[in-house]
Design a protein around this ligand. Sequence first.
Ligand SMILES: Cc1cc2nc3c(=O)[nH]c(=O)nc-3n(C[C@H](O)[C@H](O)[C@H](O)COP(=O)(O)OP(=O)(O)OC[C@H]3O[C@@H](n4cnc5c(N)ncnc54)[C@H](O)[C@@H]3O)c2cc1C
Length: 401
Amino acid sequence: MSEHPDRLWRNPEPRSGYDVVIVGGGGHGLATAYYLAANHGIRNVAVLEKGWLAGGNMARNTTIIRSNYLWDESAAIYEHALKLWEGLSAELDYDILFSQRGVLNLAHTLQDVREGTRRVNANRLNGVDAEWLDPDEVQKFCPVVNTSPDVRYPVLGATLQPRAGIAKHDHVAWAFARKADELGVDLIQGCEVTGFLKQGNKVVGVETNLGPIRAGRVGMAAAGHSSVLASLADVRLPVQSHPLQALVSELLEPVHPCVVMSNHVHVYVSQAHKGELVMGAGIDPYNSYAQRGSVHVIEQQMAAALELFPIFARAHVLRTWGGIVDVTPDASPIIGPTPVDELFVNCGWGTGGFKATPASGWTYAHTLATGKAHPLNEPFALERFTTGALIDEHGAAAVAH
Ligand SMILES: Cc1cc2nc3c(=O)[nH]c(=O)nc-3n(C[C@H](O)[C@H](O)[C@H](O)COP(=O)(O)OP(=O)(O)OC[C@H]3O[C@@H](n4cnc5c(N)ncnc54)[C@H](O)[C@@H]3O)c2cc1C
């Protein structure tokens, strides 16, 4: 994503110093830069990206957007994101193809049913739209799902979030990038942060392959590489990096009306605007920084998909790829200060950070502008791993992006 057809990219030389430097030009870094300028009037900002804008997870994800998480803290931040998504095309003056076609989370066991109905109740208490569907209602909502009782893991029901859906990820990145650029933010590609400039316990800038850059404040937004980056400032983060894969089929006529996810058989499927079936699964279980994973994960994902959607048996795989996601022990993100003064972190979104992009940027911008947590990101501080106030979203986030 180096040059967009409708706008030749300005890739400025870094200035000697900025009020705020953001490391990582993915969705979260770009959204943060936009909201710093738009909400807080802080425009002396640089986003430093070692590759090209949105060349990491931002343009590799499967674009599922929903807010039906279990715990109050998660529902609050993801629902804030969903509300922002609903107005984002207008705000950024760019069509991000946001499609609220509804997301189903299938239940295949009694335990799935209990978890799903509990989550529907929790969501409603938090003002998040949520419904429980029985198998006939699932069939009606999504006729291509196999709801026969004769399969290995029959569908016993599903949660439905009607306002959930998908958007076009590269459009989202461009939309934030264009607006941030218009507001005066420097978006600098090919600029890798290789170290931090420190005075005592305070960060005062970054070392890069383009030379040192001074900064009043530094915000890390380097998904997949957060622990490596933080270690350059002697900060140890409780995150592990894993490959996460996805694939698309050749282009098909519209056949699949919504998004279907199944934690139990470990696959999820939607159909992109152009017509590809978009399928993903869980993370590859080993740690890696290679942006690719193992073939057996794809094989299992396809087997699971065919059990749920026998109609796709003759579709061909067009492309597979992988990204690197960083995973925390409670499957919730970390946004806030680090033990080093003026160094902040935004990471650990694991398999589900695309949907959070606007709220992540909104709250992180607040934190970088004021030095304090926004009420929505306060519970997601690094210190929860010492206080024990974890926000365990494994149930809502396991394979569910
Ligand atoms: C296959 C796949 C499917 C997914 N599906 C979904 C989904 O359906 N829904 C959902 O909500 N989420 C999904 N996700 C997760 C989501 O993509 C991520 O959580 C989110 O994109 C992470 O934030 P980001 O966009 O800022 O990350 P990235 O786009 O990865 O941005 C981080 C950037 O930091 C840069 N960087 C790293 N180190 C340095 C350095 N030292 N100096 C300068 N730059 C550096 C990288 O090059 C990268 O561009 C998926 C992820 C993958 C891989």
